[in-house]
Design a protein around this ligand. Structure first.
Ligand SMILES: [Ca+2]
Ligand SMILES: [Ca+2]
Length: 240
């Protein structure tokens, strides 16, 4: 820790909590503020002082990955924020298929990982579950996509200073399965095919509706048990 008499603030770097740290903080007499410096690797037992002639806070040595003998100077300006090297891309998937969003953050400008990563849909954080995986990594996978997955996704990268969001990427889920024969009730939420389609088929059958002539037969009786067998087969076949 050192006092900067020009900026009239205290500068704190590193030291040890449960392990040695690599964060820089300033105290202006009112509040602590963490600053992004791209500065020294983590350490403790180092020496710091304000150097008048170069107008910088100077740090020397300490103990990090072994005993250190390096010298660093910080002029009080914050380093650049992380930048996205790769933004997620818009994509379309068919219903029940898997979608993958990918992004990459360049840590080089800051040199102060770790960042915490979190994918969001329409600004709402996503967490891993049975269908989402990688929600806190650069690659988000969404399995068995349904209509509710459509929307805008982005990756939020947060360090201790400033959260940074990627561009939005849109996911479009193509619901051609809605038009499949077995989706008798033309429902559009997952699961598209369920018991309601059997009830629907029964109702059409009872009403003598041409929809119930699943096998396309023409000899009377046009609607018979073969149409039930046909419907079951079409249901099992799903969206084919
Ligand atoms: Ca249905
Ligand atoms: Ca028939």
């Amino acid at each position: 820790m050192a006092y900067d008499p020009i900026a009239r603030r205290v500068v704190l770097f590193g030291c040890s909590r449960s392990s040695s740290q690599d964060d820089t903080w300033i105290w202006d007499g009112t509040a602590w503020e963490r600053r992004r410096t791209g500065g020294p690797p983590r350490r403790t037992w180092h020496a710091m002082a304000y150097h008048d002639s170069i107008g910088a806070t100077v740090l020397f040595g300490g103990y990090g990955a072994g005993f250190l003998a390096d010298t660093w100077a910080w002029d009080g300006t914050s380093g650049p924020p992380p930048v996205f090297e790769e933004h997620p891309q818009n994509q379309s998937v068919n219903w029940t298929e898997t979608a993958t969003f990918r992004a990459a953050v360049d840590l080089a400008p800051t040199g102060t990982p770790p960042l915490s990563l979190r994918w969001r849909r329409e600004g709402v954080p996503i967490f891993d579950d049975g269908r989402y995986s990688g929600a806190a990594t650069p690659v988000l996978t969404i399995a068995n996509c349904n209509a509710g997955d459509a929307g805008r996704y982005d990756l939020l990268a947060s360090d201790a200073c400033t959260p940074l969001a990627s561009h939005f990427a849109s996911l479009t889920v193509i619901l051609d399965c809605i038009e499949t024969y077995a989706n008798c009730d033309r429902s559009s939420t997952s699961p598209i095919l369920n018991v309601m389609d059997f009830i629907c088929f029964n109702n059409f059958f009872a009403a003598g509706h041409t929809y119930a002539n699943c096998d396309g037969s023409t000899a009377p009786p046009v609607l018979n048990v073969n149409d039930f067998v046909c419907f079951v087969n079409r249901f099992v076949a799903g969206c084919e």
